[in-house]
Design a protein around this ligand. Structure first.
Ligand code: XUL
Ligand code: CO
Length: 464
């Protein structure tokens, strides 16, 4: 997510004057938030309707599992209900009919109702939130917590039996107190405040039946090493995460703790740079086993990898916990958080997810936002439908490739020289250099086979 563009705090109101006829006496929104938008149904690839699924058929079984269970989609509250379209050069462009321009509790509750109508119409059972997306700050931490409790109580009621948070998280990057970071701030008071905020965010995630809890190190990084004690900051981050593990156990929260890597933005260098860097951090501090990773595609590309690379790095280390499904722009160098539309990219992602046996209890969270220029309410639906269909298509294509088997066979053949007695000895760590030198001399110049890259690409393309 690009973190700069939230509605500014303003004088609290309930219902604005020009929305008067939609507001009841208590200021609650009456009627539908999305009138004219039906429940979105699967119509198949020949459908031309924007408000229909062409590839995502929730109940259809692919490789032994329903599509909805492979994909476990989630809507990101911050983009869909707090995104304004503002950018560093321009004012907000979106004026959703239910917004009154305030950050009041009444507004927070109305937005929450819009969120659940949206989820129900989309047929999505999961949502993700930051504490501060869903409820406004108060004058004190106590007041802020009580605001949060009030909105969370409504969310719990609206969730019913079906909808749950895929994950919750604490927003530890917007408020000026976090300008030096949260767990890695040079200020002890800020470390303590952040701990209190995470404690509360974990409690409400648990209360709402959340399946995971995310740590994205928004400002856990540095701008220059000239003024930074990197070793001490990383030690602090590890202590913070250890305390989170202890608290999770104390309150009986069984959800997975996830770290979300990102290389930079907003800091110049973030400590959780990419999957491999985060893995090394967890290993160094003895935290492996307590955390998994939430891989965000646009973060992976910012770190110079493909999304698929970071997902595979997480997967082969047993750490693939969740995917923040979005994509970047090949010409733009920042976190543009676009909905995924590239079928090839989605197919690569789904190949890994299938190899992982799915993502549960994680899923695909649409950490993606409308373009600044997309300003119709229906665009909120169209963007999610497009993102869901892209991944559904990726799943179908990946299943085709797996069922066909030629790509797997190409890879198997490529390494088949290791499917021998000596290969097994090497892989078991039982071949020393003297022994290998003897064999190299005996065998002479080795024969080296083609990598067959173009053939692999041809097979891949044939499934798209
Ligand atoms: C930031 C980002 C965040 C995290 C949650 O780029 O992706 O929204 O997903 O804090
Ligand atoms: Co994210």
């Amino acid at each position: 997510m690009n973190v700069f563009f939230f509605i500014a705090n303003a004088v609290p109101e309930t219902c604005p004057a020009d929305l008067g006829e939609k507001c009841g006496e208590d200021g609650e929104w009456e009627g539908e938030f999305f009138p004219g938008i039906p429940e979105i149904k699967y119509e198949g690839p020949s459908s031309k309707k924007p408000l229909a699924y062409k590839w995502y058929n929730a109940e259809e079984v692919i490789l032994g599992k329903k599509m909805k269970d492979w994909l476990r989609f989630s809507v990101a509250f911050w983009h869909t209900f707090r995104g304004t379209g503002g950018d560093p050069f321009g004012a907000p462009t979106k004026s959703w009919p239910w917004e009154d321009g305030t950050n009041s509790i009444d507004m927070a509750k109305r937005r929450m109702r819009a969120n659940f109508e949206f989820l129900n119409k989309l047929g999505v059972d999961r949502w993700c939130f930051h504490d501060r997306d869903i409820a406004p700050d108060g004058k004190t931490l106590e007041e802020t917590n009580s605001n949060l409790d009030e909105v969370v109580a409504l969310a719990k009621e609206l969730q019913g039996d079906k909808i749950r948070p895929l994950w919750g998280t604490a927003q530890l990057f917007m408020h000026p107190r976090y300008m030096h970071g949260a767990a890695t701030s040079s200020e002890l008071g800020v470390y303590a405040y952040a701990a209190a905020q995470v404690k509360k965010a974990m409690e409400v995630t648990h209360y709402l039946g959340g399946e995971n809890y995310v740590f994205w190190g928004g400002r856990e990084g540095y701008q220059t090493l000239l003024n930074t004690d990197m070793e001490r900051e990383l030690d602090h981050l590890a202590s913070f995460l250890e305390a989170a593990v202890a608290y999770k156990k104390k309150i009986g929260f069984n959800g997975t703790l996830l770290i979300e890597p990102k290389p930079q933005e907003p800091t110049k260098h973030q400590y959780d740079w990419d999957a491999a860097t985060t893995l090394n951090f967890l290993r160094k501090y003895g935290l492996l086993g307590e955390f998994k990773l939430n891989i965000e595609c646009n973060h992976a590309t910012l770190s110079g990898h493909s999304c698929h690379h970071d997902i595979e790095t997480a997967r082969i280390n047993g750490l693939l916990g969740n995917i923040d499904a979005n994509t970047g722009d090949p010409q733009v160098g920042w976190d543009t958080d676009q909905f995924m539309t590239d079928i090839g990219e989605a197919t690569m992602v789904m190949l890994s997810v299938i190899k992982n046996g799915g993502l549960a209890p994680g899923g695909f969270n649409f950490d993606a936002k409308l373009r600044r220029e997309s300003t119709d309410v229906e665009d909120l639906f169209i963007s999610h439908i497009g993102g869901m269909d892209t991944l559904a298509r990726g799943l179908r294509n990946a299943a085709k490739l797996i069922e066909d088997g030629s790509l797997a066979e190409l890879v198997r053949k490529r390494y088949s020289s290791f499917d021998t007695e000596l290969g097994h000895q090497i892989e078991a760590g039982k071949a020393d250099f003297e022994m290998l030198e003897k064999i190299a001399m005996e065998w002479g110049e080795p024969k080296v086979a083609s990598a067959k890259q173009e053939l692999a690409e041809m097979i891949f393309q044939s499934a798209l």
